[in-house]
Design a protein. Sequence first.
Length: 135
Amino acid sequence: MFAPGSDRLVGWSISRGLTGLQNRVPSPDGGMALELGPRNVAGRISQTVRTAAGRSYKLTFSACTGRAVFHFNRQARIKVANIDEVFDCPVGPIYKLLSYEFKVNSPLTTVSFACEGNAGFGPFIDGVSLSKKSE
């Protein structure tokens, strides 16, 4: 488990609740997946990355509730550039691939994921990738 302020989740900042890496829900990438809400105070993570102002990017990741039961937290929020959106995660251990396209206006862009429920368990996020779009 990673608590706010922890530096153990390399490259990411935890700003609310607990998060955890788990391998009991098979990851599409074959490794561990991040659970945003393993306890009653839902987790929020963020990462600031270098970007080129005026360029378009695509953020891709996979999400699911991780469990077929106890899937109280089915929603998560993504914030990046001008996007602030709540998305639904499929119930169970089958991940859904999601992607968001956006244009940045700064040399630094913050990507954040947050669980939108607080009843414990899920959702899971995996395979986060940011790529420049060809122009």
